[in-house]
Design a binder for this molecule. Structure first.
Ligand code: PEP
Length: 248
């Protein structure tokens, strides 16, 4: 049985004082024994949010990291820094970073390997564009992104990572994938993990759906057999995020 995970991606929202106030206001409402709740917040909010969540089961995550440990990489944050801060999760290869900030299949792989090396759980994002879906290329795109992302990872690593299927056309658009579309893609991802690492590894790996998840669609999406929860953007920075977390 895989535990359901609901990860909020705050993107570039909330200055530290507002982030702290929101975390304080929401922590009892979001705290859960049943669902693993993760708040992926801007770097500058990590400390205040982490402190505010002390004593709850809610975890924090970063939204990106560099694949080197240290050095002349002005403006970057390393996995070593996140580990030292006690940050357990990090989003890797979000489509907004792939599209606008130069993340590639290769850097997604390097970052994922480095995150695992530091004991961080990478939330590895994959997903097709609207054009690719229309051209019936969804399966090929997912296979390629995943083949790169999982290069040099081991079967044991499958319980140390989370994969998020995030169709680009559904992110921040209000257009959610249907339960069937999301399930089909997540099943394909699990099948690929199985082909590569075996059934035991595929049974363990957590696969999330992301793309305009709301309190209204969370239950049906998260109830699909191959969907183990969600990566939630817009709906995670409003009080009704509570309803996504307690979707049942
Ligand atoms: C995301 O940022 O990963 C995301 C899925 O955003 P939204 O829920 O707003 O579509």
């Amino acid at each position: 049985m895989r535990k359901t995970i609901v990860a909020g991606n705050w993107k570039m929202n909330f200055v530290p004082s507002r982030a702290k106030a929101f975390a304080v206001e929401m922590k009892d409402k979001l705290d859960s024994n049943k669902v693993e709740v993760i708040l992926c917040v801007p770097y500058v909010d990590l400390r205040s949010v982490k402190d505010a969540l002390e004593g709850t089961n809610i975890k924090v995550g970063a939204q990106n990291m560099h694949y080197m440990d240290e050095g002349a990489y002005t403006g970057e944050i390393s996995g070593a820094m996140l580990r030292d801060m006690g940050v357990p999760y990090v989003i890797i290869g979000h489509s907004e970073r792939r599209e606008r900030f130069g993340d590639t299949d290769t850097t997604v792989n390097l970052k994922s390997l480095k995150a695992i090396e530091h004991g961080l759980v990478p939330i590895i994002c994959v997903g097709e564009s609207q054009k690719q879906r229309k051209q019936n290329r969804t399966q090929g795109v997912l296979r390629k992104q995943l083949a790169f992302a999982l290069d040099e990872l081991t079967a044991d690593d499958m319980s140390r990572i989370i994969i998020a299927y995030e169709p680009i056309w559904a992110i921040g658009t209000g257009e959610t994938a249907t339960d069937q579309q999301a399930e089909e893609a997540c099943a394909l991802i699990r099948q690929q993990v199985e082909q590569r690492f075996g059934k035991a590894a595929a049974d363990k790996v957590h696969i999330l759906y992301g793309g305009s998840v709301t309190p209204d669609n969370a239950k049906s999406l998260f109830s699909m057999p191959n969907i183990d929860g969600g990566l939630v953007g817009g709906a995670s920075v409003v009080p009704s995020f509570e309803k996504v977390v307690h979707f049942e």
